[in-house]
Design a protein around this ligand. Structure first.
Ligand code: MN
Length: 327
């Protein structure tokens, strides 16, 4: 990383250039030893009583209309309005899941994998990276310099690769549990073992996977991304879930940087992506600790989704102004 002053977003994009792995940034932020000044939403997370709890013969209520199967085939809307006319992350045309689900019910798994999907649209990760607040980008660059000073360039690259490999390993481990009900770890890496210890006490709280590592496309706001997981949490909540590995404890959403914006962006996209026949109104970030300490579940309820969605639209609008994409 070259030492230089950072004065604009276009500088940032250059300074932040990294190997082309989308999760690099989030992983780096997850382990970085600096704090950010995001204002968290004070209301504590709780399961909402409005969630339907009747057992239904059909898992979903009927959908009013089904859109085209290709979410990118709709006309391009080139501007992101942010006012009373702003689009919502919600989609009243899609049903919510009727919960609880009988344990024998296996929802159809919807997956659009990275190697099977292409998009000309910008990704959520790309947009968040390009529009990162300057003070945070500076802090990240400084952290990276400290790491390189400690372990050398090659050492730092190896550290980053190990972190990414462990992330992928953990994701596969959890997915295997959700699909098969059993666990197996195909590595003797010490930190990966700690990750499995960290998540073990919570694994049984997740069931009924609906989607795993799958693409979501927002057909009118024109962005895409790859979610980690859609599953039922504690039998009561259908949630979009992101698994994060972390060196540090993350006690609040505020300490997870842009992760809540990433989650709400995926939820908004999924809710409007015609390939998914349902909508979601809860997000979860699960912090899995490198030292084996029990994982922490950070919930994002509807009220918080409203607030983070506005912040996401601001970032999207900024990105549009920076790149003039769609013009
Ligand atoms: Mn993840």
């Amino acid at each position: 990383m070259t030492q230089k002053s950072i004065s604009s977003h276009s500088d940032l994009v250059r300074v932040q250039a990294r190997p082309p792995t989308e999760d690099n940034l989030f992983n780096a932020l997850a382990t970085a030893s600096f704090e950010l000044n995001y204002s968290d939403v004070p209301k504590p997370y709780h399961a909402e009583s409005s969630i339907r709890n009747q057992i239904s013969t059909s898992v979903y209520k009927p959908i009013k209309s089904s859109g085209p199967i290709d979410p990118e085939s709709k006309p391009i809307n080139t501007s992101v309005p942010i006012d009373s006319e702003s689009p919502s992350w919600r989609n009243p045309e899609k049903p919510l899941l009727s919960l609880p689900l009988p344990s024998e019910v296996k929802p159809a798994l919807i997956t659009y994998k990275r190697n099977q999907t292409r998009s000309t649209l910008p990704s959520v990760s790309k947009i968040l990276k390009a529009t990162m607040p300057v003070d945070r980008a500076v802090a990240l660059a400084q952290w990276e310099e400290r790491m390189i000073a400690q372990m050398g360039q090659a050492g730092f690259e190896a550290y980053q690769k190990a972190m990414l490999d462990r992330g992928h390993r953990l994701h596969s481990y959890i997915e295997h549990f959700l699909l098969e009900g059993t666990t197996s770890l195909s590595s003797e890496d010490d930190v990966s073992l700690k990750h499995t210890q960290s998540i073990a006490p919570l694994l049984s709280q997740f069931s009924h996977p609906h989607s795993l590592e799958s693409q979501v496309v927002h057909p009118t706001l024109k962005y895409h991304g790859y979610l980690d997981c859609v599953a039922v949490y504690k039998g009561k909540i259908l949630a979009l879930i992101d698994w994060k590995t972390s060196e540090k404890k993350k006690a609040s959403l505020a300490s997870t940087f842009d992760n809540p914006l990433q989650i709400v962006a995926y939820i908004g996209a999924l809710n409007h992506d015609p390939r998914y026949p349902f909508q979601i109104d809860h997000g979860l970030i699960v912090i899995v600790h490198n030292d084996g300490l029990e994982a922490k579940v950070l919930g994002i309820s509807k009220q918080k989704l409203d607030i983070y969605w506005k912040a996401w639209l601001e970032r999207l609008k900024l990105y549009e102004a920076m790149t003039k994409y769609g013009k």
